[in-house]
Design a protein around this ligand. Structure first.
Ligand code: RB5
Length: 199
């Protein structure tokens, strides 16, 4: 992690721009105010390489609806896999399955939201080609993408406010995988474990 990220940790509520805006070409940038006094710059072309599939359970339902509207504002191609109405009896693995079946082996990405993000993360990581992490702040979002190259973002509807979720989503969409040798090596090692044990 660079000094910039550490500065965020020390000053998590400051108003500087976040995301990897310096990497984006001026003609493809879209400015979006996520209503949190921060501006995310989104490379619409980069996001349009795949769709973003979004699912939740009852505990993540409200935050899912919020996340979908944020994603649409950001210009992402969003697919809501449900639930389409609040049902306190529903179970998160079903929605993890609906999302992750559409991620494996594609350029698509997913967002899964339950009460804590933990159940969704456990279910999602059972799918080959799915690399999912719970993120709860800017730092964890940045590391998950830049170091871990995750294609499924998990969040907690009972642990994460809509404002923080917007920041996490903006960082996750904007941050590229760092590509540093050590991170490529570690990601590859995970894929080797997958090949050996997920048959
Ligand atoms: C549902 O009550 C809750 O257990 C679920 O949303 C999630 O937090 C599990 O990790």
């Amino acid at each position: 992690m660079g000094a910039r990220s550490l500065a965020w940790l020390e000053h998590p509520t400051d108003n500087r721009k976040v995301g990897s805006s310096n990497l984006l070409g001026p003609t493809t940038q879209k400015q979006v105010d996520c209503g949190i006094h921060r501006v995310f710059l989104l490379d619409v072309n980069r996001v349009s390489v795949g769709s973003v599939y979004v699912g939740s359970d009852h505990a993540g339902f409200e935050l899912k609806m919020h996340a979908i509207s944020t994603l649409r504002e950001l210009g992402a191609d969003v697919v809501d896999v449900g639930p389409f109405e609040y049902d306190k009896e529903d179970d998160y693995p079903e929605y993890a399955k609906r999302v992750c079946e559409r991620i494996s082996g594609t350029a698509n990405r997913g967002i899964l939201i339950c009460g804590t993000g933990q159940g969704m993360e456990r279910a999602a990581n059972k799918f080959p080609g799915v690399y999912a992490s719970v993120c709860w702040d800017e730092f964890t979002a940045e590391v998950a993408k830049e170091h871990g190259d995750i294609n499924v973002l998990c969040m907690g509807g009972r642990t994460t406010s809509p404002e923080v979720a917007d920041r996490i989503i903006g960082i996750w969409l904007n941050s590229p995988f760092s590509g540093d040798e050590r991170h490529r090596r570690r990601v590859k090692e995970i894929k080797e474990i997958e090949k050996e044990h997920m048959k």
